[in-house]
Design a protein around this ligand. Structure first.
Ligand SMILES: N[C@@H](CCC(=O)N[C@@H](CS)C(=O)NCC(=O)O)C(=O)O
Length: 210
């Protein structure tokens, strides 16, 4: 099976995370950020993740792909995320975008190798509220808020010795979003949360974004 992704994308990385944890083999194809043609041919719009199965059929939507993987692996795992994880995710996008938007294109990720892909990103993602130069200038303030957010997250996850009792799909949500914050080195990671994140990177094979 082939999975079309962007490396920075939280929806893609929760899929690769679950695949990694369940031992499902995937050929990952990281699309150029300005490649509109490939995803549009596959699903009629520019969106990833896209799963292309061995019989040539395609699927989008991370939740559906994850459910399929759990079924294929015959894993005794909850398919639905908990309310707690969904609510946390709702509050996580603002800090994630403030940190990630101006930084991810500068990290050498595969989707941003070309200048045209970085320009396409800026054209699509930069707004008056999320001005990239301003976001970088505001780093100190944003980092303070992110640090608070991470302290709350660590408490919520109830981590002990770098381990949690989260289900696979909840772990995928937390991991796929938090990994995107590692690109800002002045963020202070609470010790247990950082330990958990680093274990997840190792166990899933999905790297932190830095
Ligand atoms: N509901 C979709 C959301 C996927 C999504 O929003 N993907 C983003 C990347 S993180 C995307 O492809 N956006 C189009 C773009 O950036 O051009 C899912 O869960 O798979």
């Amino acid at each position: 099976m082939k999975l079309y992704t962007y490396s920075h994308c939280p929806f893609c990385s929760r899929v690769t995370y679950v695949a990694g944890k369940l031992g499902i083999k995937l050929e990952e194809v990281v699309l150029d950020y300005d490649d509109t043609e490939t995803p549009t041919k596959l699903i009629g719009k520019k969106m990833v993740p896209i799963l292309e199965k061995d019989d040539g059929t395609v699927m989008s939507e991370s939740n559906d792909i994850i459910s399929l993987f759990i079924e294929l692996a015959g894993a005794n795992e909850a398919i639905k995320p908990t309310e707690g994880a969904i609510e946390w995710q709702g509050g996580s996008f603002a800090p994630l975008l403030q940190i990630g938007l101006p930084r991810w294109p500068l990290l050498g990720l595969k989707e941003f190798k070309t200048e045209s892909s970085r320009i396409a990103w800026e054209d699509k993602k930069q707004t008056t509220d999320l001005n990239f130069v301003q976001l970088i200038e505001d780093t100190a303030n944003i980092v303070l808020q992110v640090n608070e957010f991470l302290i709350g997250t660590e408490k919520q996850l109830n981590i002990s010795n770098g381990k949690t009792s989260l289900s696979l799909v909840d772990s995928a949500i937390y991991y796929s979003i938090l990994r995107g914050l590692y690109c800002e080195p002045t963020i202070t990671w609470p010790e247990q949360l950082n330990l958990w994140m680093n274990y997840q990177a190792l166990e899933s094979g999905v790297p932190l974004v830095k």
